[in-house]
Design a binder for this molecule. Structure first.
Ligand SMILES: Nc1ncnc2c1ncn2[C@@H]1O[C@H](COP(=O)(O)OP(=O)(O)OP(=O)(O)O)[C@@H](O)[C@H]1O
Length: 604
């Protein structure tokens, strides 16, 4: 028994479902309907010019209450075209040709006209072919329920070749077809189109684009670019420079932001495709590190996605991104050689971006070495200057370490760079690659302690009781007391910890603040011999010497606690509850001592 033959079926499309899909999911706003109309008109002009180079090339938009008319002098359509192209969703005349011919057009997906249903309940197209001159004008009338009619019109209904699209607004969408709105949208999307496009009588194109205009002087050019930036992005740029990547068919301009932005904030660049604005929110056009510029470009090589609101991620986009990145980099190099005032201005705002770039780009690091600011024991300095002053570039990995050791190290003539800020230690470590011959070494608290002078054995012995009191006082705080001689003499005590001790301190802090379950878990993490912090008492400091000579152990204890508290504050450490309590206690204890009435002398 053979299976019964079932004839093949064709998909039915529910247009209302499709329009809903387009309006709510594909396009970001109903306003794109106008872009699709402009784009179809422009493609029709391009197609006609390809066969009739001298043909007129105009687009006219006329808006009036709830209705819009878009008239082009393009290639036009025959009755057969209407059936096969307009009535078949997904069919496009622009995909039929060779790849090279296709590249001339903006559309390709065959869904653009549907976008009009987002704002219109009826679309009427009246067209006359420029190719088949004997063909009569034809009319296609489609409703949003998916029904359409086609009829032939008398020759006088349209004498010229070309197409007119009429939209009738759907309920609630009339505002999208209002004259003011149409003018605004036409300017927004079409200002760089290479044809004569008008709303009513008003031209909307501003050709040539600002980057292709001639200016009487570089200064005039700068002013014009700044004005363009202000109009387009709403800020006055720190600088503007041209983008020109002929191989990728890209022309445009980049404006440098005048204030700092987070590197995480993605760029919002404006991308025009053959003049038509594709998106004003492109974040994939430039490498991430170039977050300090905003671009406007016109290209004929990049491809849009179906929503036409972002770029298709392919090798071309990759190549364009790289080429534009190189251009931004060249601009920086040029500033470094020709306009150092402006470079300083730029770096004051955007040094983070440049540092991030220099991490992966030794050439850029080399170029920027004299300019990028770093915090060092010699003050705010470039690495170039710092390396010139110090035979070894010592650096710390954290801001905390820098705070602990900076004063001590510099008193000993050891220069230190604070590598604790974003990217800084990476850059210091890259220094030998960018500046051959430079020695770089990490400095940590152990290295510093090793550089501090021991106190002689006799003195150490003599001070043993004082040290014993100091150790007993600091024991409950998990801190050792050590006596050393170091400069500057004005620093009485140093609070030092290594990373393990800091980790342990953080754990202990958590444990203090945690509820009992957490405290149990955190407590079980405690290592066998917890790392301890150290209070290095400076034997050269007069106050410490006087303390060592006290014969009142209670006062010695309070004084040692006070030094501990002061050293913590100096290192800008987070205070544990026990540390805050200690600070209060010692402050009040010392105050109490200070305000004691003089003991009456015996016998008086
Ligand atoms: N103004 C016009 N003049 C001549 N032909 C037109 C016009 N508007 C539309 N067409 C024809 O209708 C076809 C379908 O248009 P539609 O806007 O739906 O898709 P598309 O422009 O081809 O592609 P996309 O979806 O990428 O915009 C076009 O390929 C074109 O052949």
């Amino acid at each position: 028994m053979t299976a019964e033959e079932i004839p093949p079926h064709t998909f039915q499309v529910d247009l209302r479902g499709l329009v809903d899909l387009l309006s709510h999911h594909l396009y970001s706003s109903p306003r794109v309907y106008l872009r699709e109309l402009l784009q179809n008109a422009v493609d029709a002009l391009t197609a006609r010019r390809a066969v009739q180079p001298d043909a007129p090339a105009t687009v006219r938009l006329h808006a009036s209450a709830g209705a819009l008319r878009v008239e082009d002098s393009g290639i036009g359509l025959t009755e057969a075209d209407l059936h096969s192209l307009l009535a078949t969703i997904g069919r496009s005349s622009k995909r039929d040709g060779l790849e090279s011919a296709r590249a001339e057009f903006l559309g390709q997906f065959g869904i653009g006209l549907l976008a009009c249903f987002v704002v219109a309940e009826e679309i009427r197209v009246v067209s006359r072919s420029a190719v088949d001159t004997s063909a009569p004008p034809v009319e296609w009338r489609a409703r949003d329920d998916g029904s359409y009619t086609v009829r032939t019109l008398p020759a006088e209904a349209r004498t010229e070749a070309g197409t007119t699209v009429y939209l009738t607004a759907r309920a609630g969408a009339a505002e999208w077809l209002a004259p003011g709105r149409v003018r605004e949208l036409a300017r927004h999307f079409g200002s760089l189109l290479p044809y004569d496009v008008r709303v009513g009588d008003e031209p909307i194109c501003e050709r040539p684009p600002v980057w292709d205009r001639r200016h009487p002087s570089p200064a005039a050019r700068r002013v014009a670019l700044a004005a363009h930036c202000h109009d387009t992005f709403g800020f006055s740029p720190l600088d503007s420079f041209e983008l020109d990547v002929p191989l990728a068919g890209v022309r445009g301009v980049a404006h440098v932001l005048p204030s700092a932005v987070s590197p995480a904030q993605r760029g919002a660049h404006r991308v025009h495709l053959k003049g038509m604005l594709l998106t004003d929110r492109s974040d994939e056009l430039l490498p991430d590190w170039a977050f300090f510029v905003r671009c406007v470009i016109d290209t004929d090589t990049l491809r849009p996605t179906a929503s036409r609101e972002s770029l298709y991620a392919d090798e071309t986009l990759e190549a364009v991104r790289e080429a534009l990145g190189t251009r931004v980099r060249d601009w920086l190099a040029q500033l470094a050689s020709d306009d150092q005032d402006r470079l300083a201005q730029f770096l004051a705002v955007h040094h983070l971006g440049v540092k991030s770039l220099a991490r992966h780009d030794t050439g850029m690091l080399r170029l920027m070495l004299p300019w990028l600011p770093f915090e060092t024991t010699d003050g705010q300095l470039s690495l170039e200057e710092f390396a010139r002053r110090h035979p070894v570039v010592h650096f710390t990995r954290t801001v905390e370490e820098f705070r602990q050791v900076a004063a001590i190290a510099s008193a000993q003539g050891v220069g230190v760079v604070n590598g604790g800020y974003t990217y800084d230690s990476d850059l210091v470590e890259k220094l030998p690659a960018a500046r051959p011959g430079t020695a770089v070494a990490e400095l940590d608290s152990d290295t510093v302690t090793a550089h501090l002078d021991d106190v002689g054995p006799d003195e150490e012995l003599a001070l043993a009781p004082f040290l014993a009191t100091a150790r007993a006082t600091l024991e409950p705080l998990g801190c050792d007391a050590v006596l050393r001689a170091f400069h500057p003499v004005t620093v009485p005590a140093l609070h030092l910890d290594d990373r393990a001790a800091r980790h342990e301190a953080a754990r202990a802090r958590e444990e203090d603040q945690a509820d009992s379950l957490w405290a149990g878990i955190l407590g079980s993490l405690r290592g066998g011999s917890p790392s301890r912090t150290r209070l290095i008492l400076n034997h050269l400091n007069p106050l410490v010497r006087r303390m060592a000579a006290l014969d009142d152990p209670q006062l010695t204890g309070t004084a040692v606690e006070a030094l501990y508290g002061q050293a913590l504050l100096r290192a800008q450490r987070p205070l544990r509850p026990a540390d805050s309590a200690l600070l209060n206690r010692t402050f009040l204890g010392l105050l109490d001592r200070a305000v004691q009435p003089n003991q009456p002398e015996e016998g008086r």
